[in-house]
Design a binder for this molecule. Structure first.
Ligand code: F6P
Length: 320
């Protein structure tokens, strides 16, 4: 294994750059060469790639986003697209591939491995923290801190105006951001896709709170559970409360990665190189109970990562 291709794919997440830095520097430390592939699988197909050196990853550990750029490639889902990519594997002499991304990216990497035998290692990079086989994905910690900071700011104005705020956060298929940031931010209710939304319950809780003298409330809604605007309208209709909606959107995907995400990314990048050099052909790097481990890549997208719903109960009890 002399030449290793690396790419980032799917939604970007803070800390991807720290992972890229670790991959390049650890590979070079072991005397290997690195080919940086741009725009995820799209660049793999279009031969948008080139060699990286120690300097290519200077001054990026603290930056959000990904210097390799990222994309969701529909062409790579076709046999024709993957065939084009396989020609580039030969052309650039790539002997192993590291994919930083989410479960969709790992599914693509897995299919490519099955068809062309290229060793592939996945590094979980997504703000959603919804990948089985790892307690944390790169970017999740930064995203929840961004959300908590936003909740704090919204609380200031919510208190001043005695308003009910609905904050919609990301998480198309997962309530991890909503739940974790909602608990940390003291949200009065947290709506997540894993639990059926009951607006009446939310309204009852709001009314009880205001009867007891609460001056404001913050409700967190994961985009996969409902639209924040719809929830705001429903609450206004049922309670008559002064309700405002804030959709945090893509600002949750940007920003300087936290120390946790930088270190997670550095350890995972390092481990991915070790795995390729040791001859692993289809793995994902994960962190379980503080240890950096590897699992079979299939388990990362075939298994469903359970959300700790006890936290939902706890958030409800503590925000009474
Ligand atoms: O998967 C990461 C994520 O940020 C989800 O939370 C969100 O639903 C989705 O990506 C948004 O994707 P896009 O940037 O393509 O709109």
């Amino acid at each position: 294994m002399q030449r290793i291709g690396i790419l980032s794919s799917g939604g970007d997440s803070p800390g991807m750059n720290a992972a890229i830095r670790a991959l390049v520097r650890k590979a070079i430390y072991h005397g290997r060469e690195v080919i940086g592939i741009k725009r995820g699988f799209a660049g793999f197909i279009d031969a948008d790639m080139g060699p990286m050196n120690l300097g290519s990853v200077a001054d990026i550990i603290h930056r959000g986003g990904t210097i390799l750029l990222t994309a969701r490639s529909e062409e790579f889902e076709t046999t024709g697209g993957r065939k084009k990519a396989s020609k580039n594997v030969d052309r650039f002499g790539i002997e192993g591939l590291v994919v930083i991304g989410g479960d969709g990216s790992f599914t693509g990497a897995h299919v490519f491995h099955e068809e062309y035998g290229l060793p592939v290692i996945g590094i979980p990079g997504t703000i959603d923290n919804d990948i089985a086989g790892t307690d944390y994905t790169i970017g999740f910690d930064t995203a929840i801190n961004t959300v908590v900071e936003a909740i704090n700011k919204i609380r200031d104005t919510a208190t001043s105006h005695e308003r009910t705020f609905i904050v919609e956060v990301m998480g198309r298929n997962s309530g991890a951001i909503a739940l974790t940031a909602g608990l940390a931010g003291g949200a009065e209710s947290i709506l997540i896709p894993e639990i059926n939304t009951n607006i009446q319950e939310v309204c009852d809780k709001l009314n009880q709170g205001y009867e007891r003298g609460k001056l404001h409330s913050v409700i967190i809604v994961a985009e996969g559970a409902a639209s924040g605007i719809d929830v705001g309208n429903e609450i206004k209709k049922h309670t008559g409360l002064d309700t405002k909606v804030t959709i945090l959107g893509h600002l949750q995907r940007g920003g300087d990665p936290t120390a946790f995400d930088r270190n997670l990314a550095s350890m995972m990048g390092s481990k991915a190189i070790d795995l390729l050099i040791s001859g692993k052909t289809k793995s994902m790097v994960g962190m379980i109970n503080g240890d950096v481990i590897d699992i079979d890549l299939d388990n990362s997208f075939e298994d469903k990562k359970p959300l700790n719903l006890e936290l939902h109960n706890l958030a409800g009890i503590l925000s009474i």
